[in-house]
Design a protein around this ligand. Structure first.
Ligand code: ZN
Ligand code: ZN
Length: 280
């Protein structure tokens, strides 16, 4: 499986000279497996560039869109996704009921000239919204399981498995706090055990987290602690704070690697960077 990052910024796009290396687009990832499937995770602003790349491939067909949750930074790019305007594509959406409802009601059905020069008549693709997400979903040979996260308004983390390899993608999750709707730390650990790679939210610094309890995000230390407890060899930090510059992101990785060394651990830790891929 190959996971490509089209957007890794949290909360709001952050373009500009200070974020050019890590990237300014909000969450959007593309997963391909051995069947050359087209699975997209989240429709943040990174989906615009992904859509252009899909059109360039000239290989129309079905696109699966998995949503983590309904926050704007994860849906805001949907109306700029070029395959939605093309009758040769079909887009099937999966995710939490709320995320689907928000996407359908607040974005898709408001696709009219009050907000934009194009309207629903311009959307030529076949577009489907699923009401539920099965516990065990298989898309083009990739097995997908999910877990309820600890985040305001809820959210799903996903685990992808093919040919014995496993990738977990968990963004917008507060490792330091359990919400009524979320899973306990031990359930999150169980879900992550055995994965080859974990991509996890690390929006806040350890020095910032105390002022942001219940905002639904984590720190690099919490992600490293989780990975070392369950034995995950490779982690990538994502959902970078919008104000975080490239140099500050580099500093986080240096700090993270110092912390890993202090723990006597061998975990490989990197930033999830727009345009990069991870392969297992
Ligand atoms: Zn977010
Ligand atoms: Zn969120």
């Amino acid at each position: 499986m190959k996971l490509t990052f089209w957007g890794t910024r949290g909360s709001i796009p952050a373009p500009g000279p200070d974020t050019v290396r890590v990237g300014g687009n909000t969450t959007c990832l593309e997963l391909t497996g051995s069947e050359k499937s087209r699975i997209i995770i989240d429709a943040g602003t990174g989906i615009r560039n992904l859509g252009a790349s899909i059109i360039k491939e000239k290989n129309p067909g079905k696109i699966h869109l998995l949503l983590t949750h309904s926050h704007w930074d994860h849906l805001a790019g949907y109306t700029f996704f070029a395959p939605a305007f093309n009758p040769e594509y079909s887009i099937v959406t999966y995710g939490k009921k709320l995320a689907q409802e928000v996407l359908k009601r607040d974005i898709y059905e408001r696709y009219d000239n009050r907000y934009s020069p194009v309207n629903l008549n311009n959307l030529k693709a076949e577009i489907k919204f699923n009401k539920t997400l099965p516990d065990n979903l298989v898309l083009d040979g990739i097995n997908i399981t999910n877990i309820n996260l600890n985040h305001p308004g809820n959210g799903y983390g996903y685990k992808f498995e093919e040919n014995g390899k496993k990738i977990a993608f968990i963004t917008d999750n507060e490792l330091g706090l359990q919400y009524n709707s979320g899973n306990s730390p031990s359930e999150i650990k169980k879900f992550c055990k055995g994965v080859d790679v974990l991509i996890h939210d690390a929006q806040f610094l350890p020095s910032e987290i105390e002022d942001h309890i219940s905002w639904g995000h984590s720190t690099y230390k919490e992600v490293i602690d989780l990975a070392s407890i369950v034995g995950i060899p490779y982690i990538l930090l994502t959902h970078h704070a919008p104000e975080r510059t490239d140099d500050e992101c580099d500093a986080i990785i240096n700090e993270a690697n110092r912390y890993i060394k202090e723990k006597g651990s061998q975990i490989k830790c990197e930033l999830a960077i727009e345009g990069n891929s991870v392969e297992v």
